[in-house]
Design a binder for this molecule. Structure first.
Ligand SMILES: C[S@@+](CC[C@H](N)C(=O)[O-])C[C@H]1O[C@@H](n2cnc3c(N)ncnc32)[C@H](O)[C@@H]1O
Length: 346
């Protein structure tokens, strides 16, 4: 018997168009992608991907990759143009993967995109992803619900300011707050929440550069801490359960420049990849610069990787331990960065 997916695909095959998968990539940690999404991305002809999709994930797939995000200095598409682009590839009979950060149906415009597909008779499926709130909750140890502390949770948006809502839920999670965090805190206070209510702002949840800012509603309203996107604002008594020294912050963040020797495949590390296969680093159009402040160790796999890395980072902060694969890499590192590095044998 055919699976539902096979028979759907067969139906789509009879139509003039191809088939579209609307996929959630999860909040950042590439390992949070579902097995199903990984398989479909591996089979896709075209992947249209958004800003919050981690580039480390994208380098795994051979499909034609089209960046549809809005990062500075990059060509980007408005939603209508994205819809057109999806239709264009689907009508050409392609297997199209539309990849979005988090979950496509949580502030992800997945609903709008499937409306367009329905209207145009294109076959599609939806593959859910881990939304930022769930990623942030797990990687900061903040339970969104907890017996006797929080029995309800609401996902809200801090954008636009004119549409900020404050539902009557124990835990409030606000998306899209980087520029509106004070407006949201004011709106929540005006709705009568106690000024001692615990609050957390989680930036870059589940990524190597995850940062948590905590305080009370009153303190954060009065404060002027800058908030960088992507960030979530979490409000409610459950936030008091957040611990600075959580399971994720305790892990060492190791940057692997070049081939991964597997030597850091232990539970102690979070690996961040800096790929440098050819003459220049194999980086993507929209890739964000690495923030070395969050890195504890760097591992260089070859002299070429040392050279490519140096094109992006003229110096390596002293607190970072440097390790190399062999004597040649060690010599290149000493020549370019002037320090010494330990050779790891494996
Ligand atoms: C357009 S919404 C997309 C949400 C996405 N569909 C999801 O389910 O997570 C973008 C917002 O999601 C939140 N977000 C996404 N990834 C995040 C992350 N790794 N850390 C913190 N917030 C994140 C931020 O509030 C960001 O402004």
């Amino acid at each position: 018997m055919k699976s539902a997916e096979e028979s759907n695909r067969a139906t789509a095959g009879r139509q003039p168009g191809g088939y579209v998968y609307i996929i959630g990539a999860g909040p950042g940690d590439p390992e949070l992608l579902t097995i199903k999404a990984d398989r479909v991305l591996g089979e896709a002809d075209v992947i249209l991907y958004d800003d919050l999709v981690c580039s480390e994930l994208m380098v795994r797939y051979t499909a034609l990759k089209i960046y549809t995000g809005k990062r500075k200095n990059c060509h980007h598409f408005e939603q209508e143009a994205i819809n057109e682009e999806i239709l264009r590839h689907a009508r050409a009979g392609k297997k199209v993967a539309r990849l979005k950060g988090g979950d496509p149906f949580i502030f992800g415009r997945g609903g709008e995109e499937i409306e367009v597909l329905r209207q145009n008779g294109i076959g599609y499926e939806i593959i859910p992803g881990i939304t930022a709130a769930h990623g942030a909750s797990a990687y900061t140890e903040i339970p969104l619900t907890m017996r006797k502390v929080s029995s309800s949770v609401a996902f809200c948006t801090g954008h636009p300011v004119s549409k900020i809502q404050v539902p009557d839920a124990d835990t409030l999670v606000y998306y899209m707050v980087a520029s509106t965090v004070h407006d949201v805190l004011d709106a929540v206070a005006q709705k009568g929440r106690d000024e001692h209510t615990p609050v957390a702002i989680v930036q870059n949840a589940t990524r190597y550069n995850q940062k948590i800012i905590t305080g009370t509603l009153g303190e954060l309203r009065r404060g002027d801490k800058a908030v960088y996107s992507p960030a979530l604002l979490m409000i409610g008594d459950a936030i008091s359960l957040c611990v600075e020294d959580n399971w994720f912050s305790k892990k060492k963040k190791v940057l692997i420049a070049g081939a991964d020797s597997g030597v850091f495949n232990t539970g102690e590390f979070i690996k961040v990849h800096f790929s440098c296969k050819g003459e220049g680093p194999d980086r993507m159009e929209n890739e964000e610069p690495l923030d070395l402040d969050f890195i504890d160790q760097i591992y260089f796999s070859s002299p070429l990787c040392v050279r490519n890395f140096q094109k992006f980072h003229a110096a390596i902060p002293e607190k970072i331990t440097v390790q190399v694969a062999d004597e040649g890499t060690r010599a290149e590192y000493s020549k370019l960065f002037g320090g010494d590095a330990a050779t790891i044998t494996y």
